[in-house]
Design a protein around this ligand. Structure first.
Ligand SMILES: *Cc1c(COP(=O)(O)O)cnc(C)c1O
Length: 444
């Protein structure tokens, strides 16, 4: 766009959406969704439904015997890729003091940081999408029926077939790790286009297992665009489109029914007098969006989902607050997209996710890097849980939501609420890298 028309457009946006002033000033804020609607009303208008999530859950069930055999760290859950849900009372206390606001109710953390295979939330969507591609390919070539024992996929026969195909993805890091690891295991040739934010250790780990890593000077959107272009010229290539993929989205959404079971096991009530608030770090939106969609199907309006973004990468906040979705990026507003939270370093949100979340999401909040470092250090001190910077972003939302409880128009008493902070990654971070984060958090 030409400079002048661009300036004019931004001027108009600022007058239509005053919240943009604080976003551009990089203030940490809470944006509550003014067009949230009852789930019952919205459900039938959405392009995806309960049956799509069930289809994904069933596919993952079919693959369990294969996963258990191919990835021994999944044996405790017999091939189900799932993470613990744990109570964190010491952190709850510390947060009350740090944010100068009591945290009543229950506080739990969902440790996707400790998901088997790739140690981040991407072990849900990313692995699911590649498994689906493998299943479709094997069925099309007459090697597999859905009633078969999927352990046979872990064999030379299948690897030879899959070796004729490639999988390509653009990523800030963790999606690349998940796609690379599962693709290499199945026998696909894999190429991961990494943005400039991607950490060196993630690239190294991928190269070690035979994945081609292409490094880019540009940011995440640039890496995805390059990957998309490369995929176009190769008919035997599957492109994992982080900005538009329904498969990724559905892979994430399966988490919700499992969380529902974990909550029930802990005797946590979720109903019209016991709200569930869930805090999800957001990059392009697929991970938190998929989980939110699943949670809405599971709990309807008794669950409130909030996305967390760095003040320097407020992609979803800008897209949803203006209603322009993927037609606008944080960079269009002069926001730098530079953050220590590499997994969230995204400037333009997914259009698919924006449309799905438009009436479902309760709000989005932003967090500064300094606060991420503090949270990372204190979670380690209080609870001995090690996360990466992106993964602690959700903690910042709890006090913001408690302060805004009235505006949220939640009829339930906040003393009876349960807060689940989604910890999206961290267990694969090498010690020296993590120690440097920790030291920084202790300095702040
Ligand atoms: C990718 C990622 C997210 C966000 O997922 P999106 O689908 O990009 O929104 C959050 N935390 C971590 C650690 C991630 O790697």
């Amino acid at each position: 766009m030409r400079r002048r028309s661009c300036d004019l457009m931004i001027k108009k946006l600022l007058s239509d959406y005053p919240v943009l002033r604080d976003i551009i000033a990089a203030k940490p804020i809470l944006w509550l969704n003014p067009v949230r609607k009852p789930f019952e009303i919205i459900q039938s208008q959405l392009p995806l439904g309960k049956e799509d999530v069930e289809d994904a859950a069933n596919r993952l069930e079919r693959f369990r015997p294969y996963i258990e055999q191919a990835f021994p760290d999944t044996a405790p859950r017999r091939g189900q890729i799932e993470s613990p849900l744990v109570e964190i009372p010491a952190m709850q206390n510390w947060m009350g003091a740090f944010y100068d606001h009591d945290v009543p109710g229950r506080l739990l953390v969902k440790l996707d940081s400790h998901l088997p295979i790739s140690g981040s939330i991407k072990a849900r969507g990313g692995i699911y999408e590649v498994l689906k591609f493998a299943e479709t390919t094997a069925i099309a070539h007459g090697l597999l029926k859905i009633t078969d024992d999927y352990r046979q996929i872990d064999s030379k026969n299948f690897r030879t077939l899959f070796n004729g195909f490639s999988v390509i993805v653009g990523s800030t890091g963790n999606l690349g790790l998940s796609i690379g690891i599962i693709s290499a295991k199945l026998g696909f040739r894999a190429t991961v286009h990494m943005s400039e934010d991607a950490k060196q250790w993630k690239k190294q780990m991928l190269r070690t297992i035979g994945v081609t890593v292409v490094e880019h000077k540009g940011d995440y959107s640039h890496a995805v665009a390059e990957a998309r272009e490369q995929a176009k010229v190769d008919p035997l290539c599957h492109f994992v489109d982080d900005e538009n993929s329904q498969d990724l989205f559905l892979g994430y959404s399966v988490a919700a029914e499992r969380l529902k079971r974990q909550l029930a096991e802990k005797a946590v009530r979720v109903d019209s007098t016991h709200s569930l608030c869930v805090y999800l770090p957001c990059g392009v939106g697929g991970g938190p969006g998929g989980v939110t969609f699943g949670l809405k199907l599971a709990f309807g309006d008794n669950v409130h989902c909030f996305f967390a973004e760095p003040t320097q990468s407020p992609a979803m906040m800008v897209g949803l607050s203006t209603g322009l979705h993927e037609q606008i990026s944080a960079e269009d507003l002069g926001i730098k997209n530079k953050t220590i939270a590499d997994g969230l370093a995204v400037s333009r949100p997914s259009g698919l996710v924006c449309r799905m979340m438009k009436h479902l999401l309760s709000g989005v909040f932003t967090v500064q890097d300094d606060e991420l470092y503090r949270l990372l250090a204190f979670l380690a001190k209080c609870e001995n849980i090690r996360l990466e910077p992106s993964a602690v972003a959700g903690f910042s939302g709890v006090s913001k939501i408690l302060r805004a409880w009235e505006q949220l128009e939640i009829s339930a008493d906040m003393n009876h609420a349960t807060h689940v902070v989604w910890a999206t990654g961290g267990s694969m971070v090498p010690d020296d890298v993590w120690n440097a984060y920790y030291a920084q958090g202790c300095l702040q």
